[in-house]
Design a protein around this ligand. Sequence first.
Ligand SMILES: O=C(O)[C@H](O)[C@@H](O)[C@H](O)[C@H](O)COP(=O)(O)O
Length: 237
Amino acid sequence: MTAERRVVVHPDADTLAEAAAARLLVRLTDLQSTQPETHVVLTGGTVGIKTLAAVAASPLIDAVDWSGVHLWWGDERFLPDEDADRNETQAREALVDELVSAGALPADHVHAMPPLGAAATPEESAEAYAAELARFAPDGARAPAFDVLLFGMGPDGHVASLFPGHPALDVAGVATVGVHGSPSRRPSACRSRSTRSTARARCGSWRRAPRRPTRSHAPSAATTCTARRPLAPRAPR
Ligand SMILES: O=C(O)[C@H](O)[C@@H](O)[C@H](O)[C@H](O)COP(=O)(O)O
């Protein structure tokens, strides 16, 4: 079966975040009618976090049974716990902490990458995250069958710390990898991220692309949201 790939162009980042939030909530509600647990991958970046804030503000938030949702990250900046630049910190402030403190989302369903301090190096953090992914993986897989993945695309075409031309792109056979020398404008030069093969093992991924990509291979559309339908129906668990 071939995955359908659709590009939806939104007029601006705010509209995109609102639309992605609504789609996420509806998708989770639909999935929960046939399976008890869903696995969602979050991203950082301004639009990724705006999307979570829009989820928090949506009247649809209570349509989701958050007790069955697991949250993961596609990449993380290797910084101390609670550092304002960590994707986890920003996601917690925008949405996650509110769900946990309301008793809606179990705290142990929030699968953050180990920060600097809990791990000594990006590699150590990445290895620990691979072990956590494996705990929820179906037999023979390295990671859970993710239901929805949120991605943001940087101006250089990077997605989830998959930087164009970076040697970490070629790492195979593992679920995660430590990334050094990130060319990102962000303050952290060390990141942990899932590998390209892990990021592909998905049912649906939504990606936000910049209005003016600087690389010729990047999408030429304005702000986009790409949706992939599930490759095959999943049996209820
Ligand atoms: O953690 C991150 O920052 C993400 O890995 C990165 O892929 C981000 O989503 C893009 O750079 C888009 O960021 P903006 O939404 O801020 O443009």
